[in-house]
Write a protein that binds this ligand. Structure first.
Ligand SMILES: Nc1ncnc2c1ncn2[C@@H]1O[C@H](COP(=O)(O)OP(=O)(O)OP(=O)(O)O)[C@@H](O)[C@H]1O
Length: 455
């Protein structure tokens, strides 16, 4: 087959060979140099004419070109020490009619400084990308307009958000799970002067105790075994200038509560492994569904921290106490879910609305959204009827007066609540007992009484 190179004038081929590979050397099968480009000669401080025909080992320090030419085994990205620098060399055997007739060698990165430069360039690009990703995570998703509800409770809370957002005071948002605590936190940040700065969230209950400190305050390189190279920024540093949302603060271990209080009071953090303090300017919004007053009595939550974060108490009532919000929420969720699923649902039957207002919604708005989503999938018509509801909602939770004695009604309700809590906590009786505010032994007694789990 005719070589494509034959059509290229020789001076062009020479320019390419001279420049395309940085440094290039070609040896015959005895290891003698048959070609070396100008750049390489300049670096080696040799004259080209004088080194042609000379054994490569006499011209290039630590060369292995003659070995490759003898063995026919290529060597790629090999470190080679020449004139005080480590080079990255590629050595490739040249075959003709199945025979090794020589080898050529190239050096792409002329020294490790160049390599390091490229390495740090890649690293800095990665850091930039990471900070963009963090920016995306940090952006708040919700504003006050996303907080739906016509009840006077929600209207009142929205008014309060407008009043307190601009100041830097700490806010403690309380409310059952799924009542919209995070949504309110977003809205406060969005209306504040810090809205163009980061909003950083940390779930104090979801992070193992031993990791919480490094998550909050960061660590220096080499602070402990397994610490990342270059260290890691903590949430306080990431939130600098903006808002730090401490979700589930009631689940924070006591020793961390002490450290957190100190940081909030002093406005300075010391990352793990560092001896220097760094100032941080962070607004704290905390949230919890735990009974902090009771926990303070039991010495499980520090009073000083409570008073420091509870500057503006903010309690979101459970959905069952603001049933007026249900129609507007239904309207919103049905539009959102049908848009996603492509199903056309025009309305809810009256009985469904009635059932919704009678139900206690322990999972609050999150549960309402899930129920609507499930119902949309469970219906074949354009209407959501009782039949489209998840089983536990099909059973009526109302007891027409006279149909049952109060004791029976209470017991049936108690049994249903126990089952719901166990479902929620994946049958973890201790967690379910904690959430219901009863002791472990009382939980076992009740389970036995109602024959749950055949105890
Ligand atoms: N007033 C509201 N209007 C519209 N959507 C709401 C409202 N309140 C809550 N939601 C929705 O309900 C879900 C739960 O809200 P959010 O995560 O803020 O609750 P939370 O109280 O922080 O829950 P948890 O304590 O379990 O973390 C979210 O999908 C949120 O968008």
């Amino acid at each position: 087959m005719k070589s494509a190179l034959l059509d290229i004038p020789i001076d062009i081929v020479e320019t390419i060979v001279e420049n395309a590979f940085g440094w290039l050397v070609v040896v015959d099968n005895k290891g003698k140099i048959i070609y070396i480009n100008k750049n390489y000669c300049e670096f080696l401080e040799v004259e080209r004419e004088k080194v042609i025909g000379v054994h490569v080992s006499k011209v290039i320090e630590n060369s292995r070109m003659h070995i490759v030419a003898a063995t026919g085994k290529e060597e790629v990205a090999d470190l080679q020490y020449i004139k005080g620098n480590y080079m990255i060399a590629n050595r490739i055997p040249i075959l003709s009619n199945g025979q090794v007739v020589g080898a050529f060698g190239t050096v792409f990165f002329r020294d490790t400084r160049e390599w390091m430069k490229m390495n740090s360039h890649v690293k800095s690009m990665l850091t930039k990308i990471q900070s963009y990703i963090q920016d995306i995570d940090r952006s708040v998703k919700y504003s006050l307009d996303d907080l739906l509800g016509k009840s006077k409770e929600i209207e009142g809370l929205k008014g309060k958000v407008k009043m307190i957002a601009a100041s830097d005071i700490s806010v403690l948002i309380r409310g059952e799970s799924g009542t919209g605590k995070e949504l309110f936190a977003h809205s406060i940040h969005q209306l504040s002067n810090r809205s163009h700065q980061p909003f950083v969230k940390i779930n104090c209950g979801a992070i193992p105790e031993n990791l919480l400190e490094s998550e909050l305050f960061g660590y220096e390189e080499g602070a402990f075994t397994g610490a990342k190279k270059g260290g890691k920024k903590g949430k306080f540093q990431l939130a600098d200038g903006g808002t730090l949302f401490l979700d589930e603060i009631g689940d924070m271990p006591l020793n961390m509560q002490v450290k957190l209080l100190r940081v909030i009071q002093e406005g300075e953090i010391e990352s793990i492994g560092s001896t220097e303090s760094v100032s941080v300017d962070v607004r704290i919004i905390a949230a919890t569904n735990r009974p902090l007053e009771k926990m303070m009595e039991e010495k499980r939550f520090r009073e000083d921290l409570f008073y420091r974060i509870n500057v503006v108490p903010f309690t979101i009532p459970p959905l069952r106490e603001r049933m007026d919000d249900i129609p507007v929420l239904l309207d919103y969720f049905i539009k959102k879910i049908t848009k996603k699923s492509g199903k056309r649902i025009s309305f809810f039957e009256d009985e469904v609305l009635e059932r919704f207002t009678q139900y206690s919604w322990p999972g609050n708005i999150r549960e309402l959204e899930n129920v609507i989503e499930a119902s949309v999938h469970l219906t074949n018509n354009e209407v959501i009827s009782l039949d489209s509801l998840p089983d536990y909602l099909k059973e009526s939770s109302v007891f027409p007066v006279g149909s049952k004695k109060l004791k029976e009604i209470l017991e049936e309700t108690e049994k249903r609540v126990l089952i719901q809590s166990l479902n929620k906590f994946n049958d973890d009786k201790l967690e379910a007992a904690k959430a219901l505010g009863i002791s472990k032994s009382s939980m076992y007694e009740k389970l036995k009484k109602y024959g749950i789990f055949n105890l």
